[in-house]
Design a protein around this ligand. Structure first.
Ligand code: SF4
Ligand code: SF4
Length: 212
């Protein structure tokens, strides 16, 4: 009989413990999102898929040369003012999201986006083509870009004011050099080199001889 009531007690108590945990979470803010209808708010510096704004790109090839895994493909035709970009593609199978391309692009056209959900069934689909040469080619030369309305002002060069602080430390360096020089003076106590005097004691040796 005691076993019977013991079982009832355990069943009720465990149910209450479980319900108490459930009730606690009813009033808590959910940590999950209804993806894909809801998206995570990402930090500004989040490195998602690399994106290139073709209106700004002038096919200078800097990004392709700096890419450590050679996953940027740029092709162009013609020379000088007639040079036209026919292909700009990025192979995301190889990209390591290092951001070397975005940090060195002089026009600011290539950026790290906040896109991260590009799941595909075929890896070949991860080679992204940013332009269709049958529909458009992009002028590379600055003069041609201005004439055809493709020109976009390059991004600002922020590191220009750096030269000023470089001159100040040089001036400060001088006084620093003088101070230690003054301290070197104490080294002058080399005077003790005069201990040549002790050599004089040789004279007394003569005296001794005379005494004898
Ligand atoms: S560095 Fe910038 S402007 Fe030059 S090719 Fe790459 S994306 Fe285009
Ligand atoms: S993020 Fe790095 S690996 Fe990816 S395309 Fe740019 S330079 Fe290449």
């Amino acid at each position: 009989m005691a076993q019977y009531f013991q079982s009832i007690y355990e069943a009720v108590s465990t149910a209450l413990v479980g319900m108490s945990i459930t009730i606690k979470h009813i009033y808590r803010k959910p940590v999950t999102l209804q993806y894909p209808d809801e998206r995570q708010v990402l930090p500004d510096r989040y490195r998602g898929f690399v994106h290139n704004d073709m209106a700004k790109c002038d096919a200078c090839n800097i990004c392709a040369k700096l890419c450590p895994v050679d996953c940027i493909y740029i092709e162009s035709e013609g020379k000088g003012k007639e040079r036209m970009m026919t292909r700009y593609a990025i192979d995301y199978n190889k990209c390591i999201w290092c951001s070397m391309c975005t940090e060195n692009c002089h026009t600011g056209s290539i950026t790290m986006s906040h896109d991260y959900d590009h799941s595909v069934y075929d890896r070949r689909s991860l080679v992204y083509e940013f332009m269709d040469p049958t529909e458009q080619t992009i002028p590379c030369h600055r003069a041609t870009r201005i004439d055809t309305g493709w020109w976009v002002e390059p991004k600002e060069d922020k590191p220009k004011p750096k030269p000023k602080p470089a001159a100040e430390p040089a001036a400060e360096a001088a006084p620093v050099a003088d101070e230690p020089a003054a301290e070197v003076k104490p080294a002058a106590p080399v005077e003790p080199s005069t201990p040549a005097e002790p050599a004089a004691p040789t004279e007394p040796s003569d005296d001794k001889g005379e005494d004898k």
